[in-house]
Write a protein that binds this ligand. Structure first.
Ligand code: PLP
Length: 389
């Protein structure tokens, strides 16, 4: 059976060019970049090249790029560094819709006596900028706001938010894991102090991430150890993955135009194809500025998990907007923060595309999903076809 992979916000296929770039660093070129001999030294040279490629995608300087093990490590490092370098400040600002890499860290900090403000979003998933402005205080150590939401694709105005933080001398971090490679980023011209990305969301392998730290920003390492990454992160570098990530960033730069034309067109086709054919369905955050590859669609009176299982029979891979917590299916914190009614939020599916998707795949999903929803609704005691809208 063919797989129709529409779950690229969960993880992406490693690009074949990236695999090719990595292979030699497992076999012939396995030297340690810290070694004094030439065999290791040549790997160090390649790491610098990768650093330059990542910096180019982000409009940053190579010296501002720090390699980590994942997006989660980058997010944690940014916030913990801001707190460590501002010991007198114990207030953190974030939002209600952050990824657990920030949200759970916030809960962990709150249990340890920090005050954590979660700025709300409106019904479209957009950040409440008035509440954000009101949340900034003289004792705020750091703001951490995601640039684009992993479930809805909604894009926050982080550059404006960063300027507001800078005006009050507050450090600003953004989780750019989902947006990097999809829209142009020029950190040089922004007020963002720290930014996280993750390799496996942009066709590099899992287990490699980046933290951008603006030159001059006070920094405290999260992993204490050797002198690697100029003393900012101990641990022998994941050389093959770093080199793969460099290649992936180069490809992402070259493919950005396609993301915003072809991928967006296919996403829009999927969205209208499904919402036109399926009554009582709605795009979450549909009126907000969004990533070109992501759509979260709610189908009223059906369970997202059931939809996923039935799509799986056809090889269609997506994600649901529910999470299995303590045995019960809870709609995600993102959809709850947006105030999406329970009957809608329960039946939410996130489709996330990539440059590898084709028109035929989208047509296939538009063909297969409506009868699945119809069948599930026919089994639901709550669905009343006479109220279909
Ligand atoms: N931040 C966002 C917005 C994400 O979507 C993810 C992964 O889903 C992460 C952080 C965590 O990245 P990683 O899986 O590399 O730890």
């Amino acid at each position: 059976m063919k797989t129709v992979y529409l779950d690229n916000n969960a993880t992406t296929r490693v690009a074949p060019e990236v695999v090719d770039a990595m292979v030699p660093y497992f076999s012939e070129l396995y030297g340690n970049p810290s070694s004094a001999h030439r065999f290791g030294g040549q790997v160090a040279g390649k790491l610098n090249e990768a650093r330059e490629r990542v910096a180019a995608l982000l409009g940053a300087e190579p010296g501002e790029i720090l390699f980590t093990s994942c997006g989660t490590e980058s997010d944690n490092t940014a916030v913990m560094s801001a707190l460590a370098t501002n010991p007198g400040k114990r207030h953190v600002v974030t939002s209600r819709v952050e990824h657990p890499a920030i949200r759970t860290l916030g809960q962990h900090l709150a249990e340890r006596g920090y005050e954590v403000a979660e700025v709300p979003v409106d019904g479209e998933g957009m950040l409440d900028m008035d509440r954000y402005a009101g949340s900034l205080r003289p004792d705020t150590a750091v703001v951490s706001l995601m640039w684009a939401n992993n479930e809805t694709g909604v894009i926050f105005p982080v550059e404006e938010a960063a300027r507001m933080a800078r005006d009050q001398e507050i450090l600003f971090h953004t989780d750019a894991v989902q947006i990097a490679g999809k829209v142009p980023i020029r950190l040089k011209d922004s007020a963002i102090d720290m930014l996280s990305i993750s390799g496996h969301k942009l066709h590099a392998p899992k287990g490699i991430g980046v933290l951008y730290v603006r030159k001059g920003t006070k920094f405290s390492p999260y992993l204490i150890g050797g002198h690697q990454e100029r003393g900012r992160r101990g641990g022998t570098e994941n050389t093959a993955s770093i080199i793969g990530l460099g290649k992936a960033c180069e490809l992402a730069g070259a493919n950005m135009e396609r993301e915003n034309t072809e991928v967006r067109r296919l996403r829009d086709k999927l969205e209208t194809g499904l919402t036109d054919r399926i009554p009582n369905s709605k795009v979450n955050g549909g009126d907000a500025k969004r990533l070109p590859n992501t759509t979260s669609i709610s189908f009223e009176f059906v369970e997202g998990e059931s939809i996923l299982l039935m799509m799986d029979e056809f090889g269609i891979c997506a994600s649901s907007g529910s999470a299995c917590t303590s045995g019960s299916l809870q709609p995600s914190h993102v959809l709850r923060a947006m105030g999406i009614p329970f009957t809608m939020a329960h039946g939410s599916i996130r489709f996330s595309l990539s440059v590898y998707n084709t028109e035929e795949e989208i047509d296939f999903v538009i063909d297969k999903l409506p009868p699945i929803i119809e069948r599930l609704r026919s089994l639901s005691p709550y669905w009343d076809p006479s109220k279909a809208a």
